[in-house]
Design a protein around this ligand. Structure first.
Ligand SMILES: C[S@@+](CC[C@H](N)C(=O)[O-])C[C@H]1O[C@@H](n2cnc3c(N)ncnc32)[C@H](O)[C@@H]1O
Length: 261
């Protein structure tokens, strides 16, 4: 497995993943093209519905054997194809959560013949019921005001008050607008805050995260910041360079990231 450690291969994930050893990966974070015709400098998001769903099934069947028995998968989707993809995945894995990523899109006009869509649908699936999950690593600290309001004796020493509450399945995290300090030049770059939560909860320290569709390399950056290994693929050579740049800007040692809210 060492040849895969902390590497991003500029190639088609379907070919590349086939070479990874089975049962060697703790966590897969997959952010595939959405099937909405986005421009990634290639034709990867230009498939019609039938071809798109067939392609999704194809890469899933290559990726899943790479997971360890207690491994899990997060997959970013939108409402358009999450129903079909969830059904397909439920035939292969245990569904743990549907997470709604509220992108905190500001209210400015929007759709006029439907409700404006402002969220991503994220599926969280596990290979077995004994999946790895470290809740304490992703607890959200209470603010001082809330802690103060819970000073009655029944709350003293309460673990949840000290350690924070467990994240819910709606994650409200701003998308990366043009001026955002994290922003790289990629149309669907995900915030580190989201990917780091997934990694801390679902991959043990020193474990391996596989991202078949690296884009700007958010998973690679997040894994390094969290002290995990990564491996992955990206078709577009310009994005591959972007990933190397983002990694090179990181300090050599993992930085313990702050807790997310
Ligand atoms: C939704 S974006 C991923 C964004 C990424 N999560 C980030 O935060 O930057 C999907 C990426 O998958 C890449 N891609 C599409 N088909 C691919 C394939 N068969 N193998 C590898 N990469 C692919 C696209 O070029 C695009 O950059």
């Amino acid at each position: 497995m060492s040849e895969w450690l902390d590497r991003v291969y500029c190639e088609d994930a379907l070919q590349g993943m086939a070479r990874i050893e089975d049962a060697s990966v703790d966590l897969i974070i997959a952010d595939p093209p959405y099937g909405l015709g986005k421009d990634y400098g290639n034709d990867s998001d230009k498939l019609d519905t039938q071809a798109y769903l067939a392609w999704m099934e194809q890469w899933v069947d290559i990726a899943l054997p790479k997971l360890k028995a207690n491994g899990s998968l997060y997959i970013f989707l939108t409402w358009r194809y999450s129903p079909e993809v969830f059904v397909m995945l439920k035939q292969r894995m245990m569904m743990v959560n549907e997470i709604i990523w509220d992108r905190r899109v500001p209210s400015m006009g929007g759709s006029t013949r439907r409700y404006s869509s402002v969220h991503d649908t994220v599926g969280f699936f596990a290979k077995s019921k004994d999946y790895y999950f470290d809740l304490d690593a992703v607890r959200i600290p209470y603010d001082e005001q809330t802690k103060k309001a819970r000073t009655r004796s029944i709350f003293v020493g309460a673990k949840w008050l000290e350690m924070g509450y467990n994240p819910k399945d709606v994650w409200s995290v701003s998308r990366l607008h043009r001026e955002h300090r994290e922003r790289a030049d990629h149309p669907t770059q995900k915030p580190l805050e989201i990917i780091e939560r997934m990694i801390k909860a679902s991959c043990p320290s020193g474990g391996m995260v596989l991202d078949p569709f690296m884009g700007s390399g958010t998973t690679a950056v997040a894994a390094r910041r969290c002290g995990r290994h990564f491996t992955g693929f990206e078709l577009n050579p310009t994005y591959c360079e972007m990933i190397q740049r983002r990694l090179a800007e990181l300090p050599a040692e993992p930085t313990a990231p702050e807790a997310v809210s």
